[in-house]
Ligand binder design. Structure first.
Ligand SMILES: [Zn+2]
Length: 566
C-alpha cells in the first residue's frame, strides 16, 4: 500500500465527538468514518485488520469442529413472535414491511433462523451434534451508540449455534468453544477475563462473558482478589454476614418527622444501616412490586427483573405510591395488604429492624421478620459492593469496568421446543435438541484492541492484527536516490509476501513519523539521505520501543531486514 495513493487520510486534530481512546484513534488514523450515529464505513486500513480478526476466528472455529454457514439478515417477524423475543428485544429490533405488507425484521441475532434451519435437516441422534457458525452483519437499534466500534448499530459478528442429543454433549462443546475463544483473544493480543454472566434477552441458564478490563468499558465486573471468582455485576453474588442479636424489645411506634432516608434514620437512631429495612417500590409492567432489602445493601435491578420475568421495570413515583395507600419515605411491610412484596434474604435476620410505619412521620423499631411481618418471596437481589466477601472463598471482592468482547450460553431447549427442533434418540423416542450459542463482535474486538494497545502517540498494533507488518518512511521524497531506495525496498518486501506500507507522500519528516506512530504499524523503516550515506542502510525501529532505539541494516541485507520485521 502506497500512502500517496491510498484512500483515507489521517487527521491532525482529535475528532470532537470521540468518547474513548479507541474511537478517537480509529477516526484520527483514518480507519473508520461515521455515516450516522452508530453506523460506520470501514476504510482500507480498518478492513485489513478486520479481515485478520475474522481469519483468526475462522481458524479457531474450524479447529473446534464448527462449520461455516451464512444466514439471512432479512427475517420474517413471525418467528420472533413465535420465540417470544419480539418484546424481549423491543425497540432494539429494526422492523420493516415488504411490498406485500409482510412484517419483517433485520436480524440482531439468529437463534430463531438457525433453529428453524436444523428442524428440517436433523432426524436422528446420529446426525448430532452439529455446530454451525457464521460471520455476518447484525443490526440492532441501540439506544445509545457510543465509543466508536464498541457499541454500534450495524456490525459484523461471529455467531455459532450448536445442537446436541444430551446435556453432557453440550457441556463438551461448550468447553471446547470456551477454549477456542481464549485462543482467539490471545491471538488478537487481548488479555480477556471470562466471567459468569447474566444471559439477558438471549435466554438460557449457564453463560459466560469474555471481558477486556478497561476503565472506559460499560460493563461492571466483580473480581475476587484471592480466588478465580469473576462475574458480571448483573449476576455477581457475595457473602452477606447475617446479623443476629438478642434484643427483643418488640414493635414500637416512634415519631420520626421528616426522617425519610436510610442515612437520616441511621443518624437519628444511632444504629448501623444494616439495622434498617430498605423499601423500594417498582412498577413492573404496570403492576406495583415492593422490594425490601437490608439498609446497607442495594437492589440489583437485573436480578429483580430476571426473577420477575419482566422486561419493563422502573421506580414508582410518589403519586403512584399514594394511589396504592403507601406513604413515601415511611413504607412498611407491617400490616401491608394487596401489594406484592419481594425481599432479599438479608432481611431474614434474627434482629430487630427499623421499618416504616406506613404513616407520615412515623417508623417502627423492634420489627422482626416472621414475627411482625412475613415475606414469602425471598430471593437474592443484592447488588455486590466493593469489599464484599467472595461467595466462593470469603476473599475481598473488587469492582472493575470492562468491555464485553464475547459471550457464550447454554440455551437448553427453549428454541428447540418452540421450533420443533427434535430428533429420535437411540430408543426411537422423539426429543428436543439441546442448544448452545456463542458470539463474538468482530468490530468490537478491533475497538478493544486499540483501547488496550495505544500510547499518547497513537495505536500500537499487535503483529497479528496490524494492517501491515512494516511501514517504510521515505524522508525527503524529492531526493531521487531516497525515493528509489525506498521504492526498491518496498517492492522487494511485497514480493517476499511482507505486508508493507510505503509513506511516499510529499510531507515533512515530522508529519510522516507522527502518522506512522498514529497508525501503529509494529515496525518502522526510515530511508533518508543520511541513512543512505551511512553505509546504504535503512533505520529500523519497533513501535513498542518507547526509547526510540533504532538499528541500521544494510539495504542489501534483505534477509536481516525481514527477520527484524518477523
Ligand atoms: Zn474468592
Amino acid at each position: 500500500m502506497r500512502l500517496s495513493q491510498s484512500f483515507g487520510k489521517t487527521l491532525r486534530e482529535d475528532p470532537a465527538d470521540a468518547d474513548t481512546n479507541s474511537h478517537r484513534l480509529l477516526v484520527k488514523a483514518g480507519f473508520i468514518n461515521q455515516l450516522f450515529a452508530g453506523v460506520y464505513s470501514y476504510l482500507p486500513l480498518a478492513l485489513k485488520s478486520l479481515k485478520k480478526i475474522e481469519n483468526i476466528i475462522r481458524e479457531e472455529m474450524d479447529l473446534a469442529g464448527a462449520q461455516e454457514i451464512l444466514l439471512p439478515t432479512l427475517q420474517p417477524e413471525d418467528i420472533w413472535q413465535k420465540s417470544g423475543r419480539l418484546d424481549a428485544f423491543g425497540d432494539t429490533l429494526f422492523r420493516l414491511k415488504d411490498r406485500r405488507d409482510r412484517d419483517l425484521v433485520l436480524g440482531p441475532t439468529h437463534e430463531e433462523v438457525v433453529s428453524q434451519l436444523v428442524t428440517g435437516h436433523i432426524r436422528s441422534y446420529r446426525d448430532l451434534p452439529v455446530n454451525l457458525y457464521q460471520i455476518q452483519t447484525k443490526l440492532r437499534d441501540e439506544a445509545r451508540p457510543r465509543a466508536g466500534l464498541i457499541r454500534v448499530r450495524e456490525f459484523a459478528m461471529k455467531d455459532a449455534y450448536s445442537f446436541h442429543a444430551d446435556q453432557n454433549d453440550l457441556d463438551k462443546t461448550y468447553d471446547r468453544m470456551v477454549r477456542a475463544y481464549r485462543s482467539i483473544f490471545a491471538r488478537c493480543g487481548l488479555n480477556v477475563r471470562a466471567v459468569e454472566a447474566d444471559s439477558g434477552a438471549i435466554g438460557g441458564k449457564d453463560s459466560q462473558e469474555f471481558i477486556l478490563l478497561a476503565d472506559t468499558g460499560e460493563d461492571e465486573i466483580v473480581l475476587c482478589d484471592s480466588c478465580d471468582y469473576a462475574a458480571n455485576m448483573e449476576k455477581a453474588e457475595s457473602n452477606i454476614d447475617n446479623i443476629i442479636d438478642d434484643s427483643k424489645d418488640g414493635l414500637k411506634e416512634i415519631e420520626t418527622p421528616g426522617v425519610k432516608t436510610i442515612d437520616a434514620l441511621s443518624k437519628k437512631f444511632g444504629v448501623s444501616k444494616s439495622k434498617i429495612l430498605k423499601s423500594v417500590a417498582y412498577i413492573v409492567e404496570g403492576t406495583m412490586v415492593l422490594v425490601m432489602i437490608r439498609g446497607d445493601l442495594d437492589v440489583n435491578e437485573t436480578k429483580l427483573s430476571n426473577y420477575l420475568g419482566a422486561q419493563d421495570l422502573r421506580i414508582a413515583s410518589d403519586v403512584e405510591l399514594k394511589e396504592r395507600g403507601l406513604v413515601p419515605g415511611f413504607m412498611s411491610p407491617v400490616g401491608l395488604d394487596g401489594v406484592r412484596i419481594v425481599a432479599d434474604p438479608s432481611i431474614d435476620a434474627q434482629t430487630d429492624l427499623i421499618v416504616g410505619a406506613n404513616k407520615e412521620d412515623y417508623h417502627y423499631t423492634g420489627a422482626r421478620h416472621k414475627v411482625d411481618f412475613l415475606i414469602e418471596e425471598l430471593v437474592d437481589l443484592n447488588r455486590v459492593q466493593q469489599g464484599d466477601k467472595c461467595i466462593k472463598c470469603g476473599g475481598s471482592l473488587k469492582i472493575e469496568r470492562g468491555i464485553e468482547v464475547g459471550h457464550v450460553f447454554k440455551l437448553g431447549t427453549k428454541f428447540s421446543d418452540t421450533f420443533g427442533a427434535t430428533f429420535l434418540d437411540s430408543d426411537g423416542i422423539e426429543k428436543s435438541m439441546i442448544m448452545g450459542c456463542y458470539g463474538i463482535g468482530v468490530g468490537r474486538i478491533l475497538g478493544a484492541i486499540v483501547e488496550s494497545n495505544h500510547d499518547e502517540k497513537g495505536i500500537v498494533f499487535p503483529k497479528t492484527i496490524s494492517p501491515a507488518q512494516i511501514i517504510i518512511v521515505a524522508l525527503n521524497n524529492d531526493d531521487i536516490t531516497v525515493r528509489d531506495a525506498a521504492n526498491q525496498l518496498y517492492e522487494t518486501l511485497v514480493e517476499r509476501g511482507i505486508e508493507t506500507i510505503l509513506d511516499d507522500r510529499d510531507e515533512s519528516p515530522g508529519v510522516k513519523f507522527a502518522d506512522a506512530d498514529l497508525i501503529g504499524i509494529p515496525v518502522r523503516a526510515t530511508v533518508s539521505a543520511r541513512s543512505l550515506r551511512n553505509g546504504n542502510t535503512v533505520e529500523m525501529k519497533k513501535r513498542t520501543d518507547a526509547n526510540n532505539e533504532s538499528i541500521n541494516i544494510s539495504l542489501d541485507d534483505v534477509k536481516t531486514i525481514i527477520e527484524t520485521i518477523i
